[in-house]
Ligand binder design. Structure first.
Ligand SMILES: [Zn+2]
Length: 112
C-alpha cells in the first residue's frame, strides 16, 4: 500500500469517527427517558415519544459499535498494523478496505 493510500484511509476513518461522535451528541435529547407522569401529554403522544426514544437508543448502540470498530482501525495505524489482517497477519486486499477501511480481517479469516 502506498503512503498516500494509507493516509487517505486514515483520513476517511478520522472523518467517520468525528461524524459518529457528532451524531451521538446531536441526538442526546431523543434518547432522554420519556416522562410518564406528564399530565399534559396524551397517551398516544407518550407512546410516540417512547418509540422515538427506543429507536434513538438502538441507533446509538449501533453507532457505538461502529465507533469502536473505527477507533480500533485508527489505533492500528499507530501500531503499524493497518491493512494487515488481525487474524492471520496477511495483507488485507485494498479493494476490501475500499469497501470499509475499518475492516479488521482478510476475506478468508472473515469467512472462517
Ligand atoms: Zn486473515
Amino acid at each position: 500500500m502506498t503512503p498516500e493510500r494509507r493516509d487517505a484511509f486514515r483520513a476517511l476513518l478520522q472523518a467517520e469517527a468525528q461524524d459518529l461522535e457528532t451524531a451521538e451528541r446531536d441526538t442526546a435529547d431523543d434518547r432522554r427517558p420519556v416522562e410518564l407522569d406528564q399530565q399534559s401529554v396524551g397517551r398516544l403522544a407518550r407512546m410516540d415519544a417512547m418509540q422515538v426514544q427506543a429507536m434513538a437508543a438502538a441507533q446509538s448502540r449501533r453507532r457505538a459499535g461502529r465507533l469502536k470498530r473505527v477507533k480500533a482501525a485508527l489505533a492500528r495505524f499507530d501500531e503499524g498494523e493497518f491493512g494487515f489482517c488481525q487474524g492471520c497477519g496477511d495483507e488485507i486486499a485494498e479493494k476490501r478496505l475500499d469497501l470499509d477501511p475499518a475492516i479488521p480481517l482478510c476475506v478468508s479469516c472473515a469467512s472462517r
